[in-house]
Design a binder for this molecule. Structure first.
Ligand code: GDP
Length: 301
């Protein structure tokens, strides 16, 4: 928790502080509520959630007897938490419950969002947890991408399956899962190509990777990686990916940067799937499970 608070961009706690200060004004008139609304909108949570939250805050503040800073903080914390969904299951399914074959996790997203880094960090977490991992470099368009993944593999103790540059991504993914299966490995993490948003063919390619991998058995998790600093742009990407694959979880990277935390609410709403992991830096240990309570505490302080 301390770590999350320390790492979240300052802009996040600024929103929480701003809200608290507005809500503690002597007179909460229309102009003040508009300021509350504006502040929420600048935090990237999106229009509908902002309106919903403002309505709820208005009602609750009205029935609140006193407005001590503690009361307001508790109220804000509670309402933000409700919006994020405190009881949502955020498990990353990286181990097959039935023990039959490896769990297969596909990592998807556009170039530059932190896909390969996230795949490497996730492998690190799993290996540290005593799991064996095979990495599949299904981004065959860029040799550098496969090199980067392989470097992560060597660093964390996972073997990497890759093909020649330009190889069929689906066949590399298939081989990776096959190797995991043959060697009794727990989890296969498949890093996919990310130039997908611009080319219909490449989007189809992603669907193909999934179908081909499914010849071995079900894909347990499809993680969509989004760069939290890109705001509404990330939302556009999310919509495109949702059309070709069933996303089961979101990874929000670069929350340590100038990101606005409100994007957590916006993407969950948009996709109807939970944020499961957050990236808090470029290092191997900078991937954390998304914990709504800690996150809200970091926002509100
Ligand atoms: P990909 O093209 O989606 O595979 O993206 P990469 O994994 O190559 O990452 C792109 C850049 O973002 C690299 O410089 C990473 O070190 C950086 N990066 C990834 N995740 C994070 C994060 O959580 N925080 C920060 N600050 N940088 C990150």
């Amino acid at each position: 928790l301390v770590r999350l608070r320390g790492r979240l961009a300052r802009s996040n706690s600024a929103v929480g502080k701003g809200l608290l200060s507005l809500l503690s004004r002597d007179k909460l008139d229309e102009a003040t509520w508009e300021e509350v609304e504006d502040l929420l909108l600048t935090s990237d949570i999106g229009v509908a959630p902002t309106q919903e939250l403002v309505e709820r805050l208005r009602t609750r503040v009205r029935i609140l007897g006193s407005r001590t800073p503690e009361d307001l903080r508790d109220l804000l914390r509670e309402e933000l938490l409700t919006l994020i969904g405190p009881d949502t299951d955020r498990t990353v399914h990286s181990l097959r419950a039935d023990g039959a074959g490896p769990a297969v996790v596909m990592v998807v997203g556009v170039n530059g969002v932190g896909k390969t880094t996230t795949t490497g960090k996730l492998a690190r977490v799993l290996v540290a947890d005593g799991r064996s991992v095979v990495l599949g470099a299904a981004d065959t368009f860029r040799a550098a991408a496969a090199d980067q993944l392989q470097t992560w593999g060597e660093r964390v103790g996972a073997s990497t399956v890759r093909g020649p540059e330009g190889a069929d991504p689906a066949s590399v993914a298939f081989d990776a899962v096959k190797q995991a299966k043959d060697q009794g490995v727990d989890t296969a993490l498949i890093d996919t190509a990310g130039r997908l948003h611009t080319k219909v063919g490449l989007m189809d390619e992603l669907g193909k990777v999934k179908r081909v991998v499914e010849k071995h058995g079900p894909v347990d998790e499809v993680l969509l990686v989004l760069d939290a600093t890109t705001g509404q742009n990330g939302m556009v990407q999310a919509r495109v990916f949702r059309e070709v694959v069933d996303i089961t979880g979101i990874v929000l990277t670069k929350l340590d940067g100038t990101a606005k935390g409100g994007i957590v609410v916006a993407v969950q709403r948009e996709l109807g799937v939970p944020v499961k992991l957050v990236g808090l830096g470029e290092g191997a240990d900078d991937l954390a499970p998304f914990e709504p309570a800690a996150f809200v505490d970091a926002l509100v302080g």
